[in-house]
Each structure stands twice: as C-alpha cells, then as structure tokens.
Design a protein around this ligand. Structure first.
Ligand code: ADP
Ligand code: TRP
Length: 330
C-alpha cells in the first residue's frame, strides 16, 4: 500500500517562485511514489474575505497552474476543498476537542489578527482545525509544506492524538511535514529581506512573461559592492545568490561566486543572468498555464473527477468517525 500524501494552497492569487520551489515542485516529485491528494483551499481563503466574484476565478487559476507545473490528474487526486463537504463534519468534531487558548497562541492567527483587526473572525481562529480536518479526512501521513506551516502541523497532530485518546482508538495517524532536503527551501524576495510572498508584494509569478521577470529582477535591491576579497555577503546580495542557486547551472553560480570573491562583480550582469535563467525555467510552465487556462470546460471536468475521488475517500473516514463517536451512519 502506498503512503498517503496531502497538501493544499489557498487560492489567493497566482503561484510564485516561492510556492513552486517550496511546495508544488515537491508535489510533482511525489506523485509517482505516493497516494496523493492535492487540493485548493478555497474555504481557507474565506478567512480573509475575498470578493465572491474572485473566488471561482482564483480556484481555476490555481488548478491550471497546478496542472501546468506537472501534476497529472491520472496519477493524483486534485480537488477543490469546497467540493468535499465531509471535511466540514470532521472540522466540527475536531473543534469540539480544541481549546480557545491553544488556538489563540498560534502565531499565524496573532499575525492575521494584527493585520485585519476589524475582521478577527471565528474562521481565522479555527484555521488550524480546518487544516487538520483537510489532512485527517484522508488519514494522510506526509504533508509537503513550507516551514511556516509547522505550528499548524503541530495542531493537526494534536487533533489526531486527542481524538484517538478521547475515543480510545488508534484511528488517525499523526501527520508529518515532509521536505525533500534537510532544510525546507525558503525562496527570498527581491526587495532585500525576508521571503517571497504574496502579501509582501515582492513575487515573481510563474505566469510572468520574460519582460516582466526582467523588469522585476533588474529592480532588485543591491548594495555598493564588496569592499574586501572573500567577504561575507550581506542579506540583499545573498538573496540574489540564493535565487541563482535555485534556477541556474552550478557553473554559473560558481562564476559569480568568483566574481564576488575577487570584488569584480557587476550586479547588472548578475541580474541579467538571473532573469534569463528564471525565464528559461518558467517559460515552459507559463506556456502550459496559458494552454490550460484557455480550456475552462477541461478544468471543470478535472475538478469534478477529482472531487468524486476525494469524496469517496472522505466518506469512508467520516463513516468510521461517526461509528467511533456513536452517531448513526448516514
Ligand atoms: P504566500 O506567502 O505567498 O501567501 P502561501 O502562504 O499561500 O503563500 O503558501 C503556499 C505554500 O507555498 C506553502 O506550502 C508555503 O510554505 C509555500 N511558500 C510560500 N512562500 C514561500 C517561499 N518564499 N519559500 C518557500 N516556500 C514558500
Ligand atoms: N495553510 C496552508 C497555507 O497557508 C494551506 C492549507 C490548508 C494546507 N489546508 C492544508 C496545507 C492542509 C497542507 C495541508 O499554505
């Protein structure tokens, strides 16, 4: 039996290089070896209240982008979270065993509450239990996500353990975060510090054309250059090298490392090379995004087939959960 893997992304915009290298690329690498569920977390996106007219468009965008990145609906189950209502029933049971205090301590909750003080809604508070329900509904063991999700993953494990303890069963396995390398990949932004992220407004999107990529990279923050040979790189420069390491060939990285070390580096050349290498990486993906996006009926058919498969697995779990708690099976 193949192990079950599950992950999801909220449809809050287009996929950027951070989402790709931190998450979706790993989904693609797992699809042959595992029993995979990859979904689009549209219910979670309601925690920040997008306009209703944007929700459908955003979910279809992410679906087209998942497919363009290489997820194969013949191999993996790709679905919309809102197509699997069984998740809500599990969410309710998990909420009954989760305490206000522990939800209030989650850092992402505290951050969001600070960012949207007029909309500290109950969905925001219970974001981690909905995420736990997403995972436990398929009894997934491995969850490929970035490091920022660690606290939510800890809550998911807590939910699984608590359910098992309360009902005296060994039903839910404890899901683990999954990274391919020892360290989770963190793709930096182009504005000097921190990670690439939608809310940071510093993203290169997979759908960006060559001219847009070039413009964004050329604008990246730098400094006045190294002042002594072999010196340590300040964060703004290290970030450019980190990106170069991700998209360029090792000999290209080596070339610019040497230029840095002997103080002859020209940031303009480095940026031109970085832009060109990002474009050659993303160009084939971009073409496929355009192709998949142009065929809405195909996207809808893929989503419908995925929903069917996901619900079949979800129904089995809910039926057992109802039995364990003592409710009549429906
Ligand atoms: P954003 O920060 O742009 O809102 P999300 O929080 O929706 O992105 O993240 C979706 C997935 O992509 C998560 O698994 C997250 O860990 C990963 N991810 C997002 N940004 C990065 C980044 N800069 N580096 C690595 N992984 C990232
Ligand atoms: N919280 C995740 C993020 O912001 C999205 C998500 C929702 C998720 N449910 C999940 C990820 C279940 C993995 C498993 O990126």
């Amino acid at each position: 039996m193949k192990e079950t893997v599950l992950s999801g992304i909220r449809p809050t915009g287009n996929l950027h290089l951070g989402n790709y290298f931190g998450a979706v690329k790993n989904f693609v690498r797992m699809q042959d070896e595992y029993n995979c569920y990859f979904f689009i977390a549209d219910w979670h996106s309601l925690t920040t209240c997008p306009k209703p007219e944007n929700i459908v468009a955003s979910t279809e965008t992410i679906l087209a982008e998942y497919l363009a990145c290489g997820l194969d609906p013949e191999k993996v189950t790709i679905y919309m979270q809102s197509d699997v209502k069984e998740v809500l029933e599990l969410y309710l049971y998990l909420n009954m065993n989760t305490y206000l205090g522990e939800l209030e301590r989650v850092t992402t909750f505290k951050e969001k509450a600070r960012k949207q003080p007029d909309n500290v809604n109950a969905g925001l508070l219970t974001y981690p239990t909905l995420m736990a329900a997403d995972i436990l509904i398929h009894r997934a063991l491995k969850v490929p996500v970035g490091k920022d999700q660690e606290q939510n993953m800890e809550m998911a494990r807590k939910c699984a353990r608590r359910f098992n303890n309360i009902y005296g069963v060994d039903f839910f396995p404890e899901p683990q975060s999954f990274y391919f390398s020892k360290e989770a990949v963190k793709v930096p932004g182009l504005d000097g510090t921190g990670k690439m992220g939608k809310s940071e407004g510093n993203c290169i999107y997979l759908k960006d054309d060559a001219a847009t990529v070039k413009k964004k990279v050329m604008k990246a923050v730098t400094d006045s250059g190294p002042t002594a040979p072999n010196s340590e790189k300040p964060e703004v420069i290290q970030n450019l090298f980190t990106l170069l390491n991700i998209v360029s060939r090792p000999d290209t990285v080596q070339y610019f490392e040497e230029k840095w070390n002997d103080c002859s580096i020209r940031y303009g050349d480095l940026k031109k090379q970085l832009a060109a290498d990002i474009v050659s990486y993303t160009e084939p993906i971009r073409e496929r995004i355009l192709e998949f996006s142009s065929d809405r009926s195909r996207l809808q058919a893929i989503a419908a087939a995925g929903a069917e498969k996901a619900r079949e697995s979800a129904r089995k779990t809910i039926s057992e959960v109802r039995h364990i708690i003592g409710f009549r099976d429906l």
